[in-house]
Design a protein. Sequence first.
Length: 356
Amino acid sequence: MSVLTPVLERPRPDAPDGEPLLTVIVPAYNSQDYLERCLDTLVGAGTRLEVVVVDDGSTDGTAALAGVYAQRHPGVVRVVSKPNGGHGSAINAGLVHARGRYVKIVDSDDWVDRAALDEVLRTLARFVADGTDVDLLVSNFVYEKDGKRTKVAVRYANALPRRQVTTWARTRKFRKGQYLLMHALIYRTDVLRACGLRLPEHTFYVDNLYAFVPLAHVRTLYYLDVDLYRYFIGRDDQSVHEAVMLRRLDQQLRVNRLMLEHLQEADVTDAHLHRYLVHYAEIICAVSSILLVRSGTAEALRERDRLWADLREQDPWLYRKVRRGGAVQVANLPGRVGRGVSVATYRVAQRVVGFS
């Protein structure tokens, strides 16, 4: 199954003169308790920024609340209502309706820093004025752990040149466990449409595909070292909560396999980008492996073995490259004692980024 579809299936609506610089897509499902916090940080920048709230079949007051913001901020906030299809489906719908030259996803339980957002908009305006049309702008994000006073910020100065238009060839190695999450990315909208991205429906963890598949079409990057995105973690029903991830292992594995499939099929000629994509795939494979170990069932361990056996059969070179990665090796230590060490290491990693 591919996450790419022909461009003709995703028409771009006509944009009037003075199109927005940036479209922020807000996928929203039963978000009435926190959507207001999100939208309050997005409105007020004028018509250079548009907000497309995609109500993904909510059964609470999400649609009504979004409608209030659309009435208060005409020409800025729009609401798209659709039957429930999951996070990927909501992003797909938002991309169809986006009018901005650039696009960013902000989940409805997260928010942005207004001063950083203003700097992002000034930077995008400069790109347009100069005719630069950078394909991807990268900024930082901050984990907002409920009840934690110390915030963990994820930054990329070690891997990306600051405040200059660059290419993959000038990027440096990412650290172990460091990769470009969806929260860090602002794509040029035409890049997403040109690559024909279409995310799976009724599937969690598709943000990994959003941050992975389009990169083969990205030629120029710009790293703006500001803490823009505030990534809230701490709700028990959140998709990244461990208990939820264990219940949705099938969806984690589906995304993992789609990423590996794309990596095998994509025409990636830049060695630096290919190295990064392998690095990202290694991290996701390590996460899948450790979650299968954490599940604690014989069937889960067999599923882990199937994941690796399938990759070895499909692409022996990629199997060797990913399998020998440090994170993957730690996540796949043999025997009961080895699995205990794997889980203990996973716990330490969770604490480092503030997930526990």
